[in-house]
Design a protein around this ligand. Structure first.
Ligand code: GAR
Length: 203
């Protein structure tokens, strides 16, 4: 059985979308644990309500490599074999990435490689792009940069502010993230260079 470990820092709506997909059999895995660097993250409380093991490992005041070692060892104690970042607002160290080679995935609210980093939707609006979207990708030691598993596109409309655009993108995030996770847990894919083949490509 595939065991997912979810890392989040906030609201946790992507976590909830994954949890619903697991419940409904659209993702053939179990969520072994949810870990947050923010003790007050609403996503953590929601995980507890759903009866999923959930714990906070506060990052404040801890060196990055030491923090990442702690999180990695906790994930291993839970037998996690795929780490899913769901609004986890921290850069992961090379040491963490090496602990889970090609077994960490992330969702980012832009069409990467455009607009990595914080406030991707605001960056898109400011740049004046006509299409925005979201990307599920493998995580490597650089920011928002690993091989792309799935993307979805949404239009940017004239009246959009950051809130409206974010909501349109988020709906697509909730659709493609569980699909991409299912592709990975099914094993029905291969990575060639930066390209991921075999899974269904969402658009
Ligand atoms: C999502 O929009 C996700 O794509 C983004 O944070 C939000 C988390 O929402 N992640 C990043 O920007 C990572 N660079 P959620 O907590 O409701 O899932």
């Amino acid at each position: 059985m595939n065991k997912l470990g979810i890392l989040l820092s906030g609201r946790g709506s992507n976590f909830e979308a994954i949890a619903a997909a697991v419940r409904e059999g659209r993702v053939e895995a179990e969520i072994a644990v949810v870990i947050s660097n923010k003790p007050a993250a609403p996503g953590l409380a929601r995980a507890k309500e759903l009866g999923i093991p959930a714990e906070s490992i506060p990052s404040k005041g801890t060196r990055r490599d030491e923090y990442d070692r702690r999180v990695a060892s906790r994930l291993k104690e839970y037998g996690v074999d795929l780490v899913c970042l769901a609004g986890f607002m921290r850069l992961l160290s090379a040491g963490f990435v090496e602990e889970f080679p090609e077994r960490i995935v992330n969702i980012h609210p832009s069409l990467l490689p455009a607009f990595p980093g914080l406030d991707a939707q605001a960056q898109a609006l400011e740049h004046g792009v006509r299409y925005a979207g979201c990307t599920v990708h493998f995580v490597d030691e650089q920011l928002d940069s690993g091989p792309i598993i799935a993307q979805a596109v949404v239009p940017v409309l004239e009246g959009d502010d950051e809130h409206a655009l974010s909501a349109r993108i988020l709906k697509e995030e909730h659709r493609i993230y569980p699909e991409a996770i299912q592709t990975i847990v099914s094993g029905d894919y291969r990575i060639v260079g930066r390209r991921v083949f075999g899974g269904r490509v969402a658009s």
